[in-house]
Design a protein around this ligand. Structure first.
Ligand code: ZN
Length: 236
């Protein structure tokens, strides 16, 4: 009908994203990526039996800075700690030359089905609160050995989200978004700087020592990322 007064629009609630936040460079960048897209943020960090909880401290600070609600969850692995170098402090952490990182099959830092467990917990939260997306900082390039970072796995999990939730059954899609999937570390550092990630708050080291070790694979990959971009790492 012409000239009918338009109804006052109901303010739409912002879309919500559940973000897996470990406290490292990648997940922090994923958090700020979702923030830049206007999502209301629900960040989730897990105590899964990792060697140290230093990274959780970083996650809490990052969530606060980004204006995200932060959830801490205990999700201990049922298998023996020895199944991963990240859960067994008696094991030596890999300390490979840079060129060999990611070349030798599945690294010892692989944690059995970790992303499946994290995504399942995030999906439960997303379904409960009606979130539109789950954001994960998974990345295939620098650490190609983790099966649960593969694009096909994330695609398959999106199907799980559609088939196994109330949201999915009622036609509300929960997307699994992995904005860093195809970026190398330098690309992630560039994106993080563009998004204004407070990089000084992130923690990537596999060790929970007072300062980063600078020797583990994670430290090395991170250092290479910053040096490729030609900027100092503000966390050092
Ligand atoms: Zn380290």
């Amino acid at each position: 009908m012409a000239n009918s007064p338009s109804k006052p629009k109901k303010p739409r609630r912002p879309k919500t994203a559940v973000v897996l936040l470990s406290g490292g460079l990648d997940s922090a960048t994923a958090l700020y990526w979702a923030k830049a897209r206007g999502y209301a943020l629900e960040a989730v960090s897990f105590h899964y039996g990792q060697r140290h909880d230093r990274e959780i401290k970083s996650a809490i600070r990052l969530a606060r800075r980004a204006g995200a609600r932060h959830h801490e969850s205990r999700l201990p692995l049922l298998g023996p700690a020895a199944a991963s170098a990240l859960t067994d402090s008696r094991q030596r952490l890999p300390n490979l030359p840079l060129k060999k990182i990611g070349q030798g099959g599945i690294p010892t830092t692989y944690v059995p089905a970790r992303n499946t467990m994290f995504l399942a917990a995030a999906l439960s939260l997303a379904d409960a609160i009606g979130a539109e997306a789950i954001v994960i900082g998974a990345n295939v390039l620098d650490y190609s050995g983790y099966p649960d970072c593969r694009p096909a796995f994330l695609k398959a999990f999106e199907k799980v989200a559609r088939l196994g939730t109330k949201s999915g059954a009622e036609g509300r899609r929960i997307r699994i978004l992995a904005p860093l999937l195809k970026l190398d570390k330098a690309g992630i550092v560039r994106l993080a700087r563009r998004l204004g990630v407070p990089l000084e708050l992130t923690w990537s080291c596999y060790n929970g020592t007072k300062t980063v070790c600078g020797r583990c694979d994670s430290c090395k990959l991170r250092a290479k990322g910053f040096s490729d971009v030609g900027v100092p790492d503000p966390a050092l």
